[in-house]
Design a protein. Structure first.
Length: 454
């Protein structure tokens, strides 16, 4: 039972905060009106004041209507109750004026309550509606009194009835002002709460925006890095393909049985054309003599005559340690000369001549053995993939030159052996020196077994 009364008197808690606040104000107003009407009725009865039946009927109807509206508020019909509640003081005001019979009664002070309540609980349309209804009702009452349609039912007294009426008006006005103040404070609290929530939301959005910017920057950086890596990989593949194609061209140029001079010329031509080198020389390492000495002989040149190579003269060779080229025989590694004096080396053409910026001297190695030395006169620095090309063609060129040199030595030994056999055959007596051969036909037909073997 106590729970029921508590549920009846305490304000409802609804799902929406705005409806809960409006329901709180409606609960106070409805309970206050019920209390005022009950207290007024008790005072009228105790003080034995004359009571109009119409007024008492309006009081009873108003109490029942307020109880219904309290139940409606608890069911969540806040907007409906807020729109109907201002109609209650308006009907009480009209009924009281009709029951008193004059517009000069103190009850006329209630006429502003519907407008205030509609502004507090309703919307702009509700305020306009009740303002218009109040003006129409007030004009209708004045016209009715002027035409004698309503007449005073009892003489006007300025005593207790007037005091009670003004007291009711004062209490209702005070309650409305308190509710207005509460509504304003509640609106301010709500505004501050919304402002705080908005600030937090802005911070979250800023953090999210910063996070998104960071992610976009990271993804952009990753995309750029991936694109750069892809570009580097593409260039590496292209360069590797370029190196492999050059290696295949050189192998094709060295294929077949070629002399040392022809093979050396093909090698130096292919390397210079593929690397766009203006001039070059290729030296071949020859080993011979009783002391098995090693020497470098000019074998082929590109845009350089062999006789002009480093002031070459007939019979001049480079031995180990003799000059930069001879030192390569000992070091077995490439040497790059920079800052070459223009007076030392010149690259000639029909329109003029120029000095190389660098000279690259690279040994051609078959394992640890130097087969030849390649001297390149460079007008520019070689790129990394061009240096890789020189490293890749080093061993095939050395193997091909070693094979050509071996073939040349074998041919030379065969030629020398054949030359050594010719004098022995010349010292043997001929068939004409043998006695009896000229007159013996059978002897002419019979051949020397040694000659047959030859």
């Amino acid at each position: 039972m106590l729970k029921r009364w508590k549920h009846f008197f305490f304000p409802p808690v609804l799902a929406d905060d705005d409806q809960s606040a409006t329901g709180y104000m409606l609960n106070i107003i409805l309970l206050s009106i019920i209390a005022i009407l009950v207290v007024s009725s008790i005072l009228i009865y105790l003080l034995r004041m004359p009571a109009n039946p119409i007024t008492m009927a309006l009081v009873g109807v108003t109490i029942i209507a307020n109880i219904w509206m309290l139940r409606a508020v608890r069911r969540g019909r806040v907007n409906l109750v807020g729109s109907l509640l201002p109609l209650e003081p308006m009907m009480m005001w009209i009924g009281s004026v009709i029951s008193v019979g004059t517009t000069r009664a103190p009850v006329m002070g209630i006429l502003f309550l519907p407008v205030i309540m509609s502004g507090l609980l309703g919307t702009v349309r509700t305020v306009v509606l009740y303002s218009g209804l109040t003006l129409v009702a007030m004009a209708g009452l004045f016209v009715a009194e002027a035409n004698g349609l309503i007449r005073p039912t009892q003489p006007l007294t300025a005593g207790l009835l007037q005091a009670v009426t003004y007291g009711i008006i004062f209490v209702i006005t005070a309650i409305l002002l308190v509710l207005v103040n509460y509504s304003i404070r509640l609106a301010l609290q709500r505004a501050r709460k919304n402002e705080s929530a908005l600030a937090e939301r802005n911070q979250e959005l800023q953090a999210l925006s910063a996070s998104l910017e960071t992610q976009v920057q990271e993804r952009t950086l990753n995309a750029v890095q991936a694109r750069q890596e892809a570009e580097v990989a593409r260039l590496a593949i292209e360069q590797q393909a370029w190196v492999t194609a050059g290696q295949l061209r050189l192998i094709e140029a060295m294929s077949g049985e070629q002399s040392v001079a022809h093979l050396a010329q093909n090698v130096v031509n292919q390397v210079c054309r593929y690397l766009d080198i203006s001039a070059a020389m290729l030296y071949v390492c020859e080993r011979g003599g009783e002391d098995h000495s090693v020497a470098l002989h000019p074998a082929a040149g590109y845009a350089v005559a062999i006789e002009e190579a480093h002031n070459y003269q007939a019979g001049q060779v480079y031995r180990p340690g003799q000059g930069v080229i001879g030192q390569v025989l000992i070091d077995k590694r490439s040497t790059l000369l920079t800052g070459v004096s223009p007076s030392d080396l010149r690259i000639h053409s029909t329109l003029g001549d120029t000095a190389p910026r660098q000279v690259l001297i690279q040994p051609l190695l078959d394992g640890e053995q130097v087969i030849g030395v390649l001297e390149l006169l460079l007008l520019r620095s070689l790129l990394p993939h061009e240096e890789q090309y020189l490293r890749m063609v080093n061993s095939p060129s050395a193997v091909a030159l070693r094979t050509a040199l071996a073939r040349q030595q074998i041919n030379a030994l065969l030629a020398e052996s054949q030359r050594a056999d010719k004098p022995g055959r010349a010292d043997k007596p001929g068939r004409a020196d043998k006695p009896g051969r000229a007159n013996d036909p059978q002897a002419e037909d019979a051949s020397d077994p040694e000659e047959q073997a030859q």
